[in-house]
Design a protein around this ligand. Structure first.
Ligand SMILES: *[C@@H]1O[C@H](CO)[C@@H](O)[C@H](O)[C@H]1NC(C)=O
Ligand SMILES: *[C@@H]1O[C@H](CO)[C@@H](O)[C@H](O)[C@H]1NC(C)=O
Ligand SMILES: *[C@@H]1O[C@H](CO)[C@@H](O)[C@H](O)[C@H]1NC(C)=O
Ligand SMILES: *[C@@H]1O[C@H](CO)[C@@H](O)[C@H](O)[C@H]1NC(C)=O
Ligand SMILES: *[C@@H]1O[C@H](CO)[C@@H](O)[C@H](O)[C@H]1NC(C)=O
Length: 481
């Protein structure tokens, strides 16, 4: 897609080069004419005055030149036409909105179509060099005030959507009385993930509710939006559905190792309708990577406190904590699971937050009902922790051979950011094909952490082509120079 071509950007680039070349020549000429005499000076001045001297040094050269050059005037023409078209579409959209709200589906389609076109046009307009302004301002205030600029642009994302509730959410909320708030901002910038724009229909469905009423039972739609990059999601002004009969959770001394009360979960959109189903071995009813996670007694109990064999990629929690006795107090578990890692760490007086989404099973509810802290978080986002704060990051069954190497880099740097110096990164059974292993290991080595544990174990169930990799690594101090 090259919208610029239509608007003759290549022409302007060419002409920019021409201008610079011309300027050099003109300057040379300018110098020599002084020595040649007044007549020559006057003559050359007449042609030189076509350029604005004031703007010779700035970027405006391009624009000023373009304005005066009839051939490249097309660009401004296009810009103006674009503005008119945008205005017309906006008027049409407004009149659509003012019309009968219970309008027909075709009218909604019509509106959606127009909003779509509008979004495209506005993106083209935004990419046009801003020349018209300079024409009038003549360099007086070329740089718009940041907030003024932001205000103009902020309406663009809002206009992309037809549903009023999204538009309301996305618009910048300036503080009342035009003052700065205690955080030093003039307004609040509620944001949504950029992929929301490619999932417009789903997002409009998600935001289709009556303010103050019950939301639809659409957690699954919300999760789909998030996983596909509409993350963060907009907030909503409706009440989230709750289970019909919520019974109090089990007391903390019981809750950790007992399947929770089925009534405390909304089972809609799951194949299983109770915890026993998720825990049973008969069918793989949960998330395939975590089919046994709800079998607390047999599958979860021994994890990290008992080793099956010597030939395993697992480490014992006690061994890892012994690397830094008493120093590991808080951490993050970025895994797929029911919180057993956090439950075990709790016994060692370590507080772990478990980040997971509800892939095929109510993992978040399960973790919370066990009495642990769930964090509903996708891999799309920067971690909500400040730099150098956590003692430990543990990850298992999550980062695997599916992950893009550039993404892995961004994730690892982010984890490094939140780990404190001396903090531990526990990669637990990272699994990938043998061929890919070296690429992934390079990423982990890139961190230049101290290796406390480092094992590579063949995965036996699949013709020897896959491996597990586990490591415990320590972040090194980075003196601030
Ligand atoms: C210059 O900026 C101010 C606000 O900063 C604005 O009121 C004024 O109209 C601008 N001038 C021109 C020529 O656009
Ligand atoms: C906020 O508004 C005040 C005046 O109302 C202005 O002085 C200040 O520069 C603005 N701050 C930002 C970050 O735009
Ligand atoms: C948990 O797993 C064990 C062994 O895999 C199995 O015998 C047991 O029936 C499972 N528990 C439940 C509740 O299904
Ligand atoms: C339970 O399922 C797992 C894998 O799905 C299997 O390895 C295990 O043998 C099963 N256990 C029983 C008792 O069926
Ligand atoms: C955890 O803390 C409790 C109370 O402070 C203490 O009695 C217990 O020994 C600690 N456990 C471990 C493993 O340090």
């Amino acid at each position: 897609m090259k919208p610029f071509d239509i608007l003759g950007l290549e022409d302007t680039v060419m002409s920019k080069q021409n201008v610079t070349a011309k300027l050099r020549i003109w300057r040379g000429v300018y110098c020599s004419i002084i020595t040649l005499g007044a007549l020559a000076f006057l003559l050359s001045f007449a042609s030189l005055s076509r350029f604005s001297f004031k703007s010779l040094l700035g970027n405006e050269v391009l624009c000023t030149h373009v304005n005066h050059e009839a051939a490249t005037g097309i660009q401004n023409e296009a810009g103006r036409t674009l503005e008119i078209v945008i205005q017309k579409i906006q008027q049409e959209l407004d009149s659509l909105k003012d019309a009968d709200p219970s309008s027909s589906a075709s009218r909604l389609d019509h509106g959606a179509f127009l909003a779509d076109i509008l979004g495209l046009l506005e993106s083209v307009q935004a990419s046009l060099p801003q020349c018209e302004g300079n024409e009038q301002q003549n360099g007086a205030n070329i740089t718009a005030h940041p907030l003024v600029k932001a205000k103009i642009q902020s309406d663009e994302p809002a206009n992309f959507f037809l549903r009023e509730e999204i538009r309301k959410y996305v618009r910048i909320k300036l503080n009342r009385l035009g003052k700065q708030n205690f955080m030093g901002a003039n307004g609040t910038f509620t944001s949504i993930g950029h992929a929301c724009f490619t999932m417009k229909e789903e997002l409009e469905e998600y935001m289709d509710y009556d303010i103050g009423e019950m939301c639809n039972d659409d957690w699954r739609l919300a999760q789909k939006l998030m996983v596909h990059g509409c993350d963060p999601l907009p907030r909503r002004r409706c009440f989230a559905r709750a289970p019909k009969l919520y019974s109090s959770p089990y007391p903390i001394d019981e809750s950790m190792w007992k399947l929770p009360d089925d009534r405390n979960v909304r089972w809609s959109h799951y194949r299983c309708k109770n915890f026993a189903c998720l825990g049973s071995n008969a069918t793989r009813k949960g998330f395939f990577k975590c089919a046994d996670c709800f079998n607390l007694t047999d599958h979860e109990m021994p994890r990290w406190v008992k080793l099956d064999s010597d030939d395993t990629a697992d480490f014992l929690i006690s061994d890892v904590l012994d690397i830094k006795p008493g120093e590991i107090r808080i951490g993050l578990d970025f895994s797929v699971g029911t919180g057993t890692f956090a439950a075990r760490m709790r016994e060692f007086n370590v507080t772990i937050v478990s980040a997971t989404i509800n892939l095929g099973a109510p993992f978040n509810e399960m973790i919370a009902l066990r009495g642990l802290v769930p964090l509903y978080l996708t891999i799309n986002q920067r971690l909500p922790f400040f730099d150098n704060t956590l003692d430990l990051i543990h990850t298992t069954r999550f980062l695997d051979g599916w992950i893009d190497l550039v993404l892995l880099d961004f994730v690892l740097y982010d984890w490094d950011r939140v780990l404190r110096p001396g903090g531990l990164l526990w990669i637990d059974s990272f699994f990938c094909s043998k061929e890919d292993l070296d690429y992934y290991l390079e990423s982990f080595k890139m961190l230049r952490y101290k290796k406390h544990k480092w094992v590579i174990v063949p995965k036996l169930d699949k013709d020897d082509k896959e491996v597990f990799f586990s490591a415990v690594l320590e972040k090194q101090p980075r003196p601030f120079r």
